[in-house]
Design a protein around this ligand. Structure first.
Ligand code: GTP
Ligand code: SPV
Ligand code: MN
Length: 635
């Protein structure tokens, strides 16, 4: 069954989109006034000869689209309204071209499969650049190219690249449409798949355009899938120009420019100038049996458990005691200091682009429940009944692998790509909360850093204060995953889970973290967790997933002043019996999970010292002092 244009197409959003008020009191407006202009220039404009409808009253936007069209030479220009009819038409078009494959519409209505080019299945960190005027401002954490060189390179790639294709203009809003903290962008792309994904992942279309026209300022993102040649693939960021240019990939983080490119790399740069934080964090509310909801934000590197923690289902006996989970976001979090001295979080996204493998009724039932309608699957396998399938989903044997070849289980090969993904509107999640639309955001009690570490890092520990917490974040390390191309399972430093996403020098970023914390009268407490500690047989010691609520319970008790902790040179840990194991089938080895291996930490700190020194002279002295204090206490 295909969606019919003009009738009810895939309905993605139950979001309450409000008409734009006259003006927004927030920083975007402020920035605009600081620019000293009286208001966005408006002019009467005749439609471009290639356009299929009238476009915008904002001259800067119209001129930019004209200039991109002159460079890329598309056959047609389409301004996306975000309507259901438009979406249905585009999905039909992709079914015709084979960009989308219909899945079983009886079991999975409005679900489609996209198979990427096999060489285009993950982020490409080695081809991702931050192009600031001065190389030091991008820092050793980023690949750098001068803006002039980058523009020259990208102009050459974009020249004529949309010949015979449609240029889509996607106005989008990151954050609740009526929030002062929301930011606007326009992505130009020649990929219908990108449009369909952006429609689920952002507030896209007419309302966003209306706000862009009122504010006059927006991030310009230009994307073309090009010829998908990995040697002609670049993801360029120009934070000083509020521009993104991406060529040669159709994959998520490389192509859905609102996500990592805008909401992290460009936004982190803006956040530093404006006194807030743009972070790679989930946001979740935990409601205790007394009915009090406390929000935490957690930064784990790619494919290290954010989506799972954000929508966990409380295990027994927590569920029957009345614990509930409210999901605000699963990947990106913008944190603003509030007038009451607390930190407030919004999720700039409107959907989830989540890792499929490992998702099952045992690990993440909420995710499964949101994936049986109106979802786009990328690079998963399919069963003989044409349902989406991935490793660990269940014990069926799929018929076709992610490339569309007949699946042979005897080869030991995986059927779904390890970085196969789903795209779905956040409102489809059973644990979705309206707080995701709260323009002020939600107040954060705890910030949690976590990584994938087989050894050393304990299940949980608390930082003694904001500075120590910033140190723990800066020192984070984690095993690499399939979310980016390159080797998997290599431990690398991934400060605040932002190694691939910070749009400026980590030295300046850590200084900014310290500054933000210093100004907060009631800063969140900072914790570090590790769900991925392994035993001698290589098995995970901690059961993880829903059971992680047991750790969150201790964290929230600490925030409320209701739990004890043991002070150690590296951080404050729970006593082994402080984490409840009631109702677990087998009691995990809590002694190992909570051990503090001081010689191991001594060795770790030597490596952290070298890591911090890489960012000298911009590394804040307070972090080096913290390292010395810990080392001194270890003795
Ligand atoms: P990105 O979308 O790439 O940013 O990933 P993410 O941080 O949201 O990770 P996600 O929750 O999708 O989990 C990635 C993989 O880790 C999946 O295969 C999960 O099944 C697995 N995982 C998540 N949480 C846990 C946990 O608590 N324990 C174990 N052992 N595995 C987990
Ligand atoms: C990640 O890699 O952290 C993701 C997926 O969340 S992507 O959109 O590719 O960045
Ligand atoms: Mn992510």
């Amino acid at each position: 069954m295909r969606p019919t244009t003009g009738t009810a197409g895939p309905t993605t959003s139950g979001l309450r989109w409000k008409r734009c008020p006259e003006s927004w009191p927030g920083s975007a407006r402020h920035e605009f006034e600081q620019g000293g202009r009286a208001g966005p220039r408006q002019r009467q404009r005749n439609p471009h000869p290639l356009e299929d409808r009238m476009t915008t009253s904002l001259t800067a936007l119209a001129e930019w689209v004209d200039s991109v069209a002159a460079l890329t030479r598309p056959e047609r220009i389409h301004w996306c309204t975000g309507s259901a009819e438009e979406n249905a038409g585009m999905i039909n078009g992709m079914l015709d071209t084979g960009d989308l494959i219909e899945l079983n519409q009886a079991t999975h209505p409005e679900c489609y499969l996209h198979r990427s080019d096999p060489h285009d299945v993950a982020r490409v960190e080695h081809l991702t650049f931050v192009c600031t005027t001065r190389e030091e401002d991008a820092g050793p954490n980023n690949h750098w190219m001068s803006p002039d060189d980058a523009h020259r390179k990208m102009d050459a790639l974009f020249r004529g690249c949309m010949e015979g294709r449609t240029l889509y203009v996607i106005p989008y809003c990151m954050g609740p449409i009526d929030s002062p903290f929301a930011r606007l962008g326009v992505e130009i792309t020649d990929s219908a798949y990108v449009v369909a994904n952006m429609r689920k992942m952002t507030r896209m279309g007419a309302d966003a355009l209306a706000r862009i026209e009122q504010e006059g300022s927006f991030v310009r993102g230009l994307h073309s899938t090009g010829e998908l040649d990995p040697d002609r693939r670049f993801i360029m960021h120009f934070p000083e120009e509020l521009q993104i240019q991406s060529y040669g990939s159709g994959y998520g983080g490389n192509a859905l420019l609102g996500k990592k490119c805008h909401a992290l790399r460009i936004a982190s740069h803006q956040a530093r100038n404006e006194g807030w934080l743009a972070e790679h964090m989930l946001i979740v509310g935990i409601e205790n049996p007394q009915g009090e909801t406390r929000y935490v934000a957690a930064a784990f590197p790619s494919a290290c458990g954010k989506t799972n923690l954000a929508m966990l289902i409380p295990p027994e006996p927590y569920r029957s005691a009345g614990w509930k989970v409210h999901t605000v976001g699963d990947d990106i979090c913008w944190l603003h200091p509030g007038e009451d001295g607390r930190l407030y979080a919004i999720n700039p996204e409107a959907g989830y682009f989540g890792v499929a493998p490992g998702t099952s009724t045992r690990t993440n039932p909420n995710a499964l429940a949101m994936l049986d309608h109106d979802a786009i699957f990328t690079n998963v396998a399919v069963t003989d009944t044409n349902e989406p399938w991935w490793e660990d989903l269940d014990d069926r044997i799929p018929a076709l692998d992610w490339k569309g070849n007949k699946f042979d289980p005897t080869t030991g090969a995986r059927a779904a790509h390890p970085n196969s993904r789903f795209t779905v509107s956040m409102t489809q999640c059973p644990s979705y909360t309206d707080e995701a639309e709260n323009p002020k955001g939600v107040p954060i009690d705890a910030i949690i850093f976590g990584g994938r570490r087989a050894t050393l890092a304990p299940l949980v520990m608390e930082a003694r204060d904001w500075t120590h917490g910033t140190f723990l974040g800066a020192a984070m390390a984690s095993e690499t995953t399939a979310a980016a191309t390159g080797k998997v399972g290599v431990v690398r430093r991934d400060p605040m889970a932002m190694k691939p996403f910070c749009g400026y020098n980590f030295g300046d970023y850590w200084a900014h973290w310290l500054n933000v914390g210093e100004k907060l009268e009631h800063p969140p407490k900072i914790f570090q967790v590790n769900w991925f500690r392994r035993d001698q047989d290589g098995k995970f010691i901690w059961p993880g997933f829903g059971e992680n609520l047991r750790v969150l319970e201790w964290i929230l008790k600490r925030c409320a002043g209701d739990a004890e902790a043991v002070d150690t040179p590296v951080g404050r840990l729970p006593q082994p019996d402080a984490i409840s194991t009631d109702g677990l089938n087998a009691t995990p080895d809590m002694d190992t999970l909570l051990e503090v291996d001081l010689p191991g930490w001594k060795h770790e700190l030597e490596d952290v010292e070298k890591h911090l020194a890489k960012y000298s002279p911009r590394t804040p002295k307070a972090l080096v002092d913290e390292l010395h204090r810990m080392r001194h206490e270890i003795g």
